[in-house]
Design a protein around this ligand. Sequence first.
Ligand SMILES: Cc1cc2nc3c(=O)[nH]c(=O)nc-3n(C[C@H](O)[C@H](O)[C@H](O)COP(=O)(O)O)c2cc1C
Length: 214
Amino acid sequence: MAFDLEMTDELLSTTRAVRKRLDFERPVPREVINECLELAVQAPTASNSQTWRWVVVDDPDLRSKVADFYRMAMQDRSSVSEAWDGKKAEPDDQTARVLNSAGWLAENLHKVPAFVIPCFEGRPRPDAPAATLSATYGSIMPALWNFQLALRSRGLGSTLTTVHLFREKEVAELLGIPDDVLQVALLPVAYTKGTDFKRAARPPVSGITHWNGW
Ligand SMILES: Cc1cc2nc3c(=O)[nH]c(=O)nc-3n(C[C@H](O)[C@H](O)[C@H](O)COP(=O)(O)O)c2cc1C
């Protein structure tokens, strides 16, 4: 089968972090989420371990409680980053827009019709070697991105968020997620308002690629 490169490249280059264009009014059928998850689990896993697990939250009361923890986690993150760097540089325009949009998402998160929390069954020890950490996160992040691409090709959108992990324990208790299951992200899922998205400005690859050595 020959791929339509124009369409494939469009999908790969315009799957953006969507926040303000998420449509809160249009319900997301469970079948659509299941269909995208079927594509997500075609992604690779280390040693073919297939350790991805998915928690989907579409109950309004639970979404509201998770969103409260998300907002608390945003506060936790601000205190941590202030403690890291007292003399923070002013963000550039693109970063300032992302921060503003991330704050807006936090304020409105409970309105998003569904949350998907990708998890990894197992939890690396805090002193685990880089290879183990890479195999852990590397066995879920590709599936997560497959899921986001599948959403985009069906007129839905999302943002990969990790901030709620500052409150991972509280969210685990709320949703009954076992201690040995690692949450890795939270994807707010909705149809998008319009389906045209642009390529992002990125540095030229030639400046960040090293052939045959650094
Ligand atoms: C590992 C990771 C963690 C992220 N965490 C958050 C988050 O907690 N909240 C949020 O609003 N966006 C989060 N993002 C989304 C980024 O802000 C976004 O991908 C980035 O601004 C680039 O925008 P683009 O994906 O549209 O190119 C995260 C992205 C990645 C890859």
